[in-house]
Design a protein around this ligand. Structure first.
Ligand SMILES: Nc1ncnc2c1ncn2[C@@H]1O[C@H](COP(=O)(O)OP(=O)(O)OP(=O)(O)O)[C@@H](O)[C@H]1O
Ligand SMILES: [Mg+2]
Length: 259
């Protein structure tokens, strides 16, 4: 094994290590994400899940490790470098700017400028075009929000998470990194968000999803990677595990090679 078989993995990390002072949060962790899969990232509190996502996406520096995209080594030192490569991260809290409309949130940082002389001179924003794109996006993803002018803060947690997740499809991203997308949501809202995760996959994205919800792993993910004490403890096809096995791997009650 080892190496980066071209075409097999969209994203690969090798030997990612991260220390915070005396704490080794990540100890030479490998990760492989297949094209078009949803990979669950599970583990106890403090296992290193969020740190792994942040070090891969440039939100935190790495002490060691190499990232490959489409089998080629890439430099990702900042979040914008990750975004340019095609990796979008959705964090639970920072997902939307409260004071901005849904449309503005989706286009934040990539507004469409009106394509005429005036627009090119003064950078006039083409709201019609942006709104049409958002409506098209929402209808493709079956997101039922019609009031796309309203401030983000006036929407429910589930609706806000749906908008945040939809951004990954809007700009042709290849990989979506989701850190506990349902942590702040109720039962119905969680279901809505998980259906949306499935439709991200239908729209060609490959997804890494951190979660503590074993039902979400079993019902919505293809493979699962278990982290324990800063290391990769196991990787399994979801079809090969049940909830008890997963919990055993997470707590360490079931020992496992890193296979
Ligand atoms: N900015 C930081 N400074 C110092 N230590 C940190 C920092 N971020 C994380 N850690 C430590 O790194 C380890 C891994 O934390 P991390 O947040 O990645 O865990 P996690 O698996 O995401 O846990 P949870 O399920 O609770 O979100 C923990 O020991 C944590 O205390
Ligand atoms: Mg975390």
């Amino acid at each position: 094994m080892g190496g980066s078989a071209e075409g097999q993995y969209v994203l690969e990390a090798r030997g990612v290590t991260k220390r915070f002072g005396g704490i080794t949060a990540l100890d030479s962790v490998d990760l492989e994400l297949r094209e078009g899969e949803v990979l669950a990232l599970v583990g106890d509190n403090g296992a290193g899940k969020s740190t792994l996502v942040k070090t891969i996406t440039g939100a935190l520096s790495r002490d060691a490790g190499q990232i490959f995209f489409d089998g080629r080594p890439v430099q990702i030192e900042t979040p914008s470098e990750a975004r340019n490569i095609g990796i979008e991260t959705v964090y639970q809290d920072l997902a939307l700017v409260n004071e901005l409309s849904i449309t503005k949130n989706i286009f934040l940082g990539r507004e469409i400028i009106r394509d005429n002389i005036l627009g090119r001179l003064v950078g006039a924003l083409d709201f019609k075009k942006m709104e049409a794109s958002v409506r098209d996006l929402f209808s493709r993803l079956d997101i039922r929000i019609s009031d796309i002018y309203r401030e983000a803060q006036s929407f429910s947690g589930g609706q806000r998470q749906a908008v945040a997740l939809s951004k990954t499809v809007m700009f042709g991203k290849r990989v979506a990194m989701l850190d506990e997308p349902t942590a702040a949501l109720g039962v119905r809202e969680s279901k809505m968000a998980m259906d949306l995760v499935t439709s991200l996959k239908d729209h060609g994205l490959s997804v890494i999803m951190i979660t503590h919800n074993m039902q979400h792993v079993l019902n919505h993910c293809d493979r699962v990677m278990v982290m324990r004490l800063g290391k990769r403890a196991a990787v399994r096809d979801v079809s090969d595990v049940d909830g008890d096995t997963l919990v055993g791997l997470i707590t360490g009650a079931i020992a496992a090679g890193s296979g």
